[in-house]
Ligand binder design. Sequence first.
Ligand SMILES: *Cc1c(COP(=O)(O)O)cnc(C)c1O
Length: 400
Amino acid sequence: MSKTTDWREKEARYFMRAGRRMPILTVRGEGSFLFDEAGKRYLDFFGGPATISLGHSHPVIVDALTDQARKLIHVSNQFYSIPQLQLAELLIEHSVFDRVYFMNSGAEANEGALKLARKWGKEKKHGAFEIIAAENAFHGRTLQAVTAGGTERYKAPFGPLPPGYVHVPFNDVDAIKRATNANTVAVFLEPIQGEGGIIVPDDDYLKQVRAWCDEQRLLLILDEVQTGCGRTGRMFAYELFGIEPDIMTLGKGIGGGVPLSAFLAKEHAAVFAPGDHGTTYGGEPLMTRVGYEVMRYMVEQDLPAQVASKGKIVERRLHSLLDRCPSVTGVRGKGLMWAIEFNRDIGERLTNAALENGLIVNNVRPNAVRLTPPLTVSDEELEQGLAILEHVIEGDVAPK
Ligand SMILES: *Cc1c(COP(=O)(O)O)cnc(C)c1O
């Protein structure tokens, strides 16, 4: 493909129109940077989103992929494999959970977690099945995951939707209490809502939810597909809020860019028996080897602590922007997941302007821009990217 117009024409001709794309043809990634076909360099503060945890083509990942590809790429889950066992051990040792199951995507990990909760309800809570989930939540695009999610336009075209979900406002424990009934089996939440616009709940919200779940004997399932694996400045966001969920799902950052996800459970919630669940690719040696090396790197380098200190840089600069820039109405986030909210719907325009200036961010909401750079981003790159963003925001004088 030589001409810059080719790829737009090809896309228009061949693809199902299900998503939006940024207008660049990416050909290479290195660390915090992406390169387009013309060789133009972009600082990538989108990163997947929140998927390119170690940056683009980190040597640890490239070595893991090439070495493992020579040894063993795929084997059925009817066999043992070394990388799967190593990753399982590492995740269990560094979390509060007892058991893990590997899948390929965040939505699938959530499906697994929801199935686990349903079975737990059948066996341990008189057939309770109902899941309390949050408005504005995002859990992926399978039918169960969109149903559990809180965005109407993601589910409206696909009804009838699977039953057994009720939605309550996020960050409102009383709403969860009111929604609880004899059929309730679990509360299913993102600790910080990601696609919803980086919505950080009050410090004690999850503690109160945990206490309610204990009182009512409900499972607490946290979707840490976006918040997990160092993103918030702790290895898992439940640590940030001082609680322990019964079940947690991981995706995105765990594979550093390869399709890998997992759901983990405490012993009492790990009720699957042989035959209850399965997957062809989930947990295969190639992906779990990458996941193992990514997670080992995070542990050995104490990446979460580095993320926490880089988060302070972002926090300081964004708060100063909030103070001096009238169009900025809010900044929120933890670690290296942040959103800037504006007084009007200029997210797309700012995202495009940033792109022209060599910075990739994402308009997570019409009125908000999200930053989820690689966890390995250097302080210098961070300052550089934030300077571009400030320049674009402060120079935004286009009419409403
Ligand atoms: C991205 C995301 C998902 C879905 O992950 P996929 O790999 O796209 O299926 C689920 N939950 C959260 C919180 C996410 O951010």
